[in-house]
Design a protein around this ligand. Sequence first.
Ligand code: SF4
Ligand code: SF4
Ligand code: FES
Length: 295
Amino acid sequence: MSTETATVAGQRTLKMRLWRGDESGGDFATYEIPAQEGEVVLDVVHRIQAEEAPDLAVRWNCKAGKCGSCSAEINGRPALMCMTRMSTLNIDEPITVSPMRGFPIIRDLVTDVSFNYAVARRIPAFQPPKLAEGEVFRMQQVDVDRSQEFRKCIECFLCQNVCHVIRDHEDNKESFAGPRFFARLAELEMHPLDTLDRRRLSSEQFGLGLCNITKCCTEVCPEGIHITDNAIIPLKERVVDARFDPVAWLGRKITGKPDPTPAAVAASFAPETLEQQQAARALGKVGSHPQTSGA
Ligand code: SF4
Ligand code: SF4
Ligand code: FES
């Protein structure tokens, strides 16, 4: 920490307030450092680490907006430090850099994001159909484009951090997967080759209904993924179709199939056993994919 205020002649001084501490508590420490041309916030944090605070904990890797490691809150707004240019900030005022508030602190600017990996593990993997020898399945470009948008995710977890459902209610983490994983569920649910019905999973196991479409997640996504419009809303529509679509209801009445049961939902948590999935479907789990395409 420094109270040094001298600057190179004609050079501005940055007043950086970095959060220092650990899970037991902490506070902002102020560092004053000469401004330099063309820097991003991570550059300045690295200079502070190199020159004044060698024990400062900060996580980064690519410095190119691609690894998702340097997520933080800059002036209270969730952002990647390596992609936030100092020239976009008002350096007449102190600039605060704090760890993501939605996750437990490890130290200084580093948080424990393992919650996200635990959720990821609970999502059944992609399950392609068994194709016959020589059978070819062609995807339409619209299906490719949809998957590719979701696959731009760099797992920075800024969307998870900003979502008020878990940011303000730690206990909701038990039942709410969060926007990054709704994008994953939507990607799989709308994938024409995925054979698993993920609609009731999304609703009953991953808490899709708790999302009230505030779009905060979309606003902070550094990859520009339209999480709410292209993932969450279509997924919600499919969940509603599965439960309340009168045509589907009528079909179940005519065929004598029961409404989807909790047992069928539970069975769909064993992605390694396709047979169990098929058994779940036979139990009345809502049928095939709405967007299947191919030849
Ligand atoms: S739109 Fe839904 S998932 Fe995204 S931040 Fe708002 S409540 Fe969370
Ligand atoms: S969806 Fe966007 S904000 Fe969320 S983890 Fe992926 S890249 Fe980050
Ligand atoms: S260091 Fe990789 S995204 Fe910022």
